[in-house]
Ligand binder design. Structure first.
Ligand SMILES: [Zn+2]
Length: 279
């Protein structure tokens, strides 16, 4: 299949997704219209993916002030001061996200399960992984998933210079555009470590910052059953779930998805991906 055909199919799939009204809201993803935005109140969970400890305060959602309508040139997004943590909207809608890949050992298993249940998810990929596995990016595009930028080498961005951060983000967006067919519209800082520079550069590159609501802590390999329980216990309207399809042995993460996904669907959850309204 040609790339163009893949992306046509992808757009058809995405056309069914509910639009996100990001304007005027922050710290969350708004779904559809007519729903009152609800500000996420709980601190974002978020253990570092690779063992770098951060103070809990680094994740706390601060009240947001001073945001009007987006003041952006085309292709840019508003410069935010906190990442989005969850969605709002009608019904039991959730987003599943998988970070650090793609990894040919685990990502195909995740994709197979998502395909089996006709579910779309988000993959926050690292450039150094993606550059060697563009076939997996193409498959994500073909199957309607959303690919986000998770930097090139998964550094602690808050310890880098602006120039280094720019390089980490720009190179990754280029690889994604090459393999996936379009540049990423979402960005997630490794370890949930954001700063003003990351928000500024992300906006410059046309990306919105997305964190998560529920951290499965699957990177600690706590056992498949524990990962399943964390997702099920954390399930709720608007919840964004963090898991990993790379960065270590992720066989538990792959196995857990096979168990919790059908259960979430049986419980009436609609698993989907966000789509930005104003782009
Ligand atoms: Zn990560």
């Amino acid at each position: 299949m040609k790339k163009d055909q893949l992306f046509t199919r992808r757009r058809v799939l995405l056309a069914g997704a509910t639009a996100v009204g990001a304007a005027g809201t922050a710290g969350l993803l708004a779904w559809g219209s007519g729903d009152k935005p609800v500000r996420a109140a709980a601190p974002a969970a978020g253990a570092p993916a690779r063992g770098v400890p951060l103070k809990p305060s680094a994740y706390r959602l601060q009240p947001l002030t001073g945001y009007g309508p987006p003041r952006t040139a085309p292709g840019r997004t508003p410069v935010r001061s906190e990442p989005m943590l969850k969605m709002t909207g009608r019904g039991r809608t959730m987003v599943l996200t998988f970070d650090d890949g793609p990894d040919p050992r685990y990502t195909p298993g995740v994709l197979d399960t998502l395909a089996e249940y006709d579910v779309r998810a988000m993959f926050f990929v690292c450039g150094e992984m993606a550059t060697d596995h563009k076939d997996l990016l193409a498959r994500m595009a073909d199957e309607g998933h959303v690919v986000g930028n998770h930097t090139w080498s998964h550094p602690l961005l808050t310890s880098l210079t602006r120039r280094q951060i720019r390089s980490e983000m720009t190179r990754t967006s280029e690889v994604i555009e090459d393999g996936y067919g379009e540049p990423p519209r979402w960005f997630r800082a490794p370890y949930g470590a954001w700063n003003r520079t990351t928000f500024q550069l992300g906006a410059e590159l046309g990306m919105e910052p997305l964190a998560w609501t529920v951290d499965t802590l699957d990177w600690t390999a706590p056992g498949t059953g524990t990962i399943v329980s964390r997702v099920q216990d954390g399930a709720g309207p608007g919840v964004v779930v963090l898991s990993h399809d790379a960065g270590g042995d992720r066989s538990q993460s792959v196995a857990a998805l096979r168990r919790y996904l059908p259960r979430l669907l049986d419980s009436g959850y609609h698993i989907t991906v966000p789509r930005r309204q104003y782009t």
